[in-house]
Write a protein of this length. Structure first.
Lengths: 347, 148
């Protein structure tokens, strides 16, 4: 169901993550080699084997670059590093320049995410905190809020696709949902998705919203994916208001830590990548067989058992092309995949 | 922080009789590992503190999987994560990258067993630790001392 389009080689260490630019024209990859590589396709078709490394972004970090994310206008690339900083990069002329460096976390920054309008940036760290940065003119970034609540390192942050709602995932096994207070100058946790309610039993590594933002999928060291649903008003933060409800647990597929999950905004499919070297693809069942009220079930519709020769660290669907998926692994390789088959039957 | 501060007089264990390995004569066989071979690799580092014995090593060549269980010298040994890290580094250097390595402290051998196991299996924390010069120096010293 997956055809390998091209292997992109060049990184000198494991590749931790990849991020498509909003247009899907450029793929950024970041690595333990302290660099980011920007890959572009000279052909109009993402599935042609003409991906090339167009630039190497380096010199901004002294340690591993763990994550990267493009601003919604595609102009700025943010890179999060174990060196405790987040750097911002912009193409000036033909060169990629470091235009800002955000300091404040006590130690490793593990994830970075832009909100949908590009006005806010979130970062998280082993220091257990999530920082929200206000994006100001002239590449100035001011810390707006420091979110405390997780009891262990925070592995991942991502914003809702349209609203200023942030979700975070942690080594403490919890997912937290954060929104701005009514009076608009501070942020607070409005829901924690964790045991003793439905929740993961080990580290939560990644999160992804669906296109509409009414569903959220999480992946964990407990070898499961969990799907969460909301029909609620996401801005209603009254204490008893359960924003997100667990609707499905997808288990029995990966047999080692699931590091990455991504919900395609172009085809509605969920891709996951794990330390078992495999990529798996899931679709929601049309015939609802779940007995849980409001529940739903998902089936595996595709897999690549040996997607990389070692751990798969990241999977990312192309933002517009429903057939293209990128992956990154401990083998130092970035791969571009094409989904084969009838997508309308899959999704 | 050195091991000596925690356990100044470690019991030095005698090495027990080794199992005999039968060498494969099939020239087409892939490079396979067994528990003894892994034990040999590790015995250069931690054997004399009796942290690992051959029985604590499971090797599955078919699925390229190695599981090492080690016993920290004392229940509250704060060196447990460093010992675990040493074992991981040693195996990382000696085994082909296709091998998945799980390292755990023996059940009931450590006061914070679950926490130590979780930390040792988190490859992001391990990667970050191995970029910490202080920790790397400690690991290198641990591996070197017993190599000699």
């Amino acid at each position: 169901s997956l055809r390998l389009v091209q292997e992109l080689e060049g990184h000198l260490d494991r590749v931790w993550s990849v991020a498509w630019s909003p247009s899907g024209h450029t793929l950024a990859s970041c690595s333990g080699d302290k660099s980011c590589r920007l890959w572009e396709n000279s052909s109009a078709s993402a599935s042609s084997t003409t991906w090339r490394c167009q630039a190497v972004v380096e010199g901004g970090h002294t340690r591993t670059i763990r994550a990267c994310d493009w601003s919604p206008d595609g102009k700025l690339l943010a890179t999060a590093s174990f060196d405790a900083t987040t750097a911002l990069w912009e193409k000036v002329g033909g060169e990629i320049e470091n235009v800002s460096t955000l300091e404040g976390h006590d130690n490793e920054v593990k994830s970075v995410s832009w909100n949908s309008s590009g006005s806010l940036l979130a970062t998280c760290s082993r220091d257990k905190h999530v920082w929200i940065w206000d994006v100001q003119p002239g590449n100035e970034f001011e810390c707006m809020s420091v979110l405390a609540g997780h009891t262990q390192d925070v592995k991942f942050v991502t914003w809702h696709p349209t609203k200023d709602i942030l979700v975070s995932a942690s080594y403490d096994n919890a997912i937290k949902v954060w929104t701005e207070d009514g009076d608009g100058d501070d942020w607070r946790c409005v829901q924690t998705l964790a045991e003793p309610g439905p929740g993961h039993t080990s580290t939560v590594w990644a999160l992804s919203f669906n296109k509409d933002g009414n569903r959220l999928v999480s992946c964990s060291d407990d070898l499961t994916l969990m799907v969460w649903d909301t029909s609620a008003d996401l801005y209603d933060s009254s204490p008893d208001h359960a924003l997100w409800k667990h609707v499905s647990t997808i288990s029995g597929y990966h047999d080692r830590t699931i590091f990455s999950v991504h919900w395609s905004r172009a085809n509605g499919l969920i891709a996951s990548g794990a330390a078992d070297d495999s990529i798996r693809i899931f679709a929601e069942d049309r015939e609802q067989s779940s007995t849980e009220p409001g529940g739903s079930t998902f089936s595996m519709v595709g897999k690549e058992v040996k997607a990389h020769s070692t751990d798969v660290n990241c999977v990312q669907w192309h933002p517009t092309n429903p057939r293209i998926l990128a992956s990154a692994g401990d083998d130092g390789v970035v791969k571009i995949w094409e989904v084969i088959g009838n997508l309308s039957l899959l999704g | 922080m050195t091991p000596g501060l925690i356990n100044a007089n470690p019991v030095v264990h005698e090495t027990k009789a080794r199992s005999v390995r039968t060498e494969s004569t099939d020239e087409n066989s892939v490079d396979e590992f067994d528990a003894l071979e892994i034990f040999d690799i590790l015995s250069q580092s931690c054997n004399h503190l009796n942290v690992v014995s051959e029985d604590d090593i499971d090797v599955d060549n078919k699925s390229s999987h190695v599981r090492v269980t080690f016993t920290p010298t004392v229940q509250h040994c704060s060196m447990a994560t460093v010992i675990g890290l040493c074992i991981r580094v040693k195996l990382m250097r000696c085994l082909p990258p296709r091998f998945k390595v799980d390292i755990r402290v023996a059940p009931d051998s450590h006061a914070s067993e679950a926490a130590v196991n979780k930390q040792l299996s988190d490859k992001e924390r391990v990667a970050a630790a191995l970029e910490n010069p202080h920790l790397v120096e400690m690991v290198e010293r641990c591996l070197q001392e017993r190599d000699g």
